[in-house]
Design a binder for this molecule. Sequence first.
Ligand code: PXP
Length: 260
Amino acid sequence: MLKLGVNIDHVATIREARYRGLAHGEPDPVEAARICEAAGAHGITAHLREDRRHIQDRDVWKLREVVQTRLNLEMANSPEIVAIALKLKPEIVCLVPERRQEVTTEGGLDVVANERALTETRKRMNDAGIEVSLFIAPDAAQIEASARVGSEFIELHTGQFAHEYFEKWGEATDEPAREDARPTESRELQRLIDGAKLAHKLGLQVNAGHGLNFVNLPTLHRVPHLVELNIGHSIVSRAVFVGLERAVREMLQLMSGYAG
Ligand code: PXP
C-alpha cells in the first residue's frame, strides 16, 4: 500500500502570516497533525528551516510528543539543525537543500558533490536510531551517490514532473483528472520511472514528493516501487474548502489506486 506523509508546513505558513514572532497563533500545525493522523495519514512531515519561516522549534517538540505514526523531519544538512534532530529523534529525517530566497524547496540535493558530508550525517542519524532519506532529482548519478551514502530512502523530487504536467495538460484543480484525459507521453514521468527502477535495484526505498496534487497524482501512479508520498500544498489547499480530515481522506482514496 502506498503511504501518505502529510506535510504540515503550509498550516504554519498561514499562522506565521499573521502571528510572526509570537509564541501563539492559529492555525496550529500540531492540531493539523492530529487531524491528519485521525484521517488515516501514515506519517507527518515538517520542515524546520534555518530561517524558521513556517515551522518553529516549539512545533517540532510538540509534534514529537503528539505524532503517533511517523515523524519525518525535513532539514538542511547544517550543524544547528542536525543537533536539533539528534535530540528530537524523529523516526526519519529527509535531507533537503535550502536556499533563503526560494519560496519552497526548489531543487534536489547535490549528493554527488556532498557525498562525504552527507555520509557523515547519515551515520550520526543512524547511530541515534533515525532513518535517513535524501531528497534528489531523478538523475542516475544522484541515485547512485545516494546508495553510496548508505541512506535507507531517497525521495524523488516530483517538482519538474508537476510543472511539466501543468504546462502540457492544464489547470491544477482539486478535482481528480478524468481517466480519458490523462496524458501518456511525459519526459519527466519517464525520468521518475527510470529513477525509481534504478533506486530499487540499488536497494534504496523510494519515496516521492513536491507539487503532487489531485490532478497529477493518477499519472504519477505509473512510477513503480513507491513506498510513500509526501504531500502538503494541495491537501492544505483543498482543506480550505472541505476541511483537513476530508482532504486527507480524499487523497488517500486517490492513492489507493496505486498498483506498485
Ligand atoms: N517533499 C519535500 C522534500 C519538500 O520539500 C516538500 C515541500 O515542502 C514536499 C515534499 C511537499 O511538497 P508540496 O507542498 O508541493 O506537496
